[in-house]
Design a protein around this ligand. Structure first.
Ligand code: PMP
Length: 357
């Protein structure tokens, strides 16, 4: 069956070469004679998958041995729980930057554990821009939580100023999409289903200094320290999901992070340029320096134009361009595995439609 051009926001398109390797491993993982779906989580073969994936994360993120790396269950939202469970002691407060839906939800999850404070918000502008970086973070804040790419509203922090308290970053929708200074974070995490593979898995990278401060009274499954100590195998790990993430990491390394970054810039520039020159479609985010390279969100001037573009996409084998239920309109996700020529096709369709009316 012909593959669709897939602009979904996550689970998202994966490189065909990765899919082929996963398909082969489902029949037999390397020379083990059993499927990756059957591979024991305490086997030597899985230990090797974990070790290679950690080495690649360290290399691609450019972080040293002061960071610990773990693969966890529960996608992004479980990190919304684990971060405050581990690092928000009673009596302290946590500072959150409210830059979109996920940023806000991360904070709501933290409120089950302790007190939180919004230190910057673009909610009054319906998240169509990034908030001003806070001038001061409360000195008693245990950490500052930041969402580097706002998947639903299409904004992205391209540079983040230094902070006086440890910064914890949700990088679910832009991890390893560009060269980046990962060492500015005390902890960063990402749900895997965008640039790192398949849903249900999350990567977390934690600085040892922060880890020393973690709550020791947690069930091991929710404790970063226990997960580090048991090398991500506190319970039965998501073997196939972590293997897929390893294949994605190898693909990123072989492609090269600079090439990926340049491609991501080209893809986003192509689409934003078409939108900025359109009289029918309009990017949600006007401020160019706030625009996401990963999720391009836009609206049409009328329902009729909106339906026409949806129909055109259907005719042309394109899926996944609908905006999130909170925003409506369109959202085109341009993660690493999405090729430039797919974006060029969408850009041509938009321009051809515009010429035809
Ligand atoms: N954070 C961000 C930035 C996201 O985009 C998402 C999901 N799209 C999440 C967290 C939540 O991830 P999950 O559905 O795996 O809980």
């Amino acid at each position: 069956m012909k593959r669709k051009i897939n602009f979904n926001p996550g689970p998202a398109t994966l490189p065909v070469s990765v899919l082929e390797q996963v398909a082969a491993a489902i029949l037999s993982y390397e020379d083990t004679g059993i499927s990756i779906l059957e591979l024991p989580h305490r086997s030597k073969a899985f230990k090797a998958i974990i070790e290679e994936s950690k080495d690649l994360v360290r290399e691609l993120c450019g972080i040293d041995n002061n960071y610990e790396i773990v693969w966890l269950h529960g996608g992004g939202r479980q990190q919304f729980c684990m971060v405050p469970a581990n690092f928000l002691p009673s009596g302290a407060t946590a500072a959150y930057i409210d830059s979109g839906y996920w940023a806000h939800e991360a904070m709501e999850y933290a409120q089950y554990y302790g007190s939180t404070q919004i230190v910057a918000s673009s909610a009054p502008e319906q998240y169509t821009r990034l908030p001003q970086w806070p001038e001061a973070i409360p000195a008693n804040a245990a950490f500052l939580h930041l969402t580097t790419n706002n998947t639903i509203y299409g904004t992205q922090w391209h540079h983040t100023p230094l902070s006086s308290v440890p910064v914890i970053a949700d990088m679910s929708s832009d991890i390893l999409s560009r060269k980046h200074d990962y060492s500015q974070y005390a902890l960063f995490y990402a749900a895997a289903q965008k640039n790192l593979g398949t849903p249900g898995v999350a990567l977390a990278v934690i600085h040892k200094d922060l880890l020393k401060t973690a709550n020791k009274q947690l069930p091991p499954l929710l404790s970063y320290a226990a997960q580090v100590q048991q090398n991500s195998i506190v319970n039965t790990a998501n073997v196939s999901g972590i293997y897929t993430a390893l294949l994605m990491l190898r693909w990123i390394k072989n492609t090269g992070l600079y090439v990926i970054e340049a491609d991501n810039l080209s893809k986003a520039a192509l689409l934003y340029n078409v939108l900025d020159n359109s009289t029918i479609f309009k990017a949600r985010v006007a401020e160019t320096t706030h625009r996401s390279l990963m999720n391009v969100c836009f609206t049409a001037t009328s329902k009729q134009h909106e339906s026409a573009l949806v129909a055109l996409c259907e005719e042309n084998n394109i899926v996944g361009i609908e905006g999130h239920r909170h925003t409506g309109g369109f959202r085109v996700s341009l993660y690493n595995a999405l090729p430039l020529h797919d974006v060029a096709l969408l850009a041509e369709l938009i321009q051809a439609y515009e010429r035809s009316i």
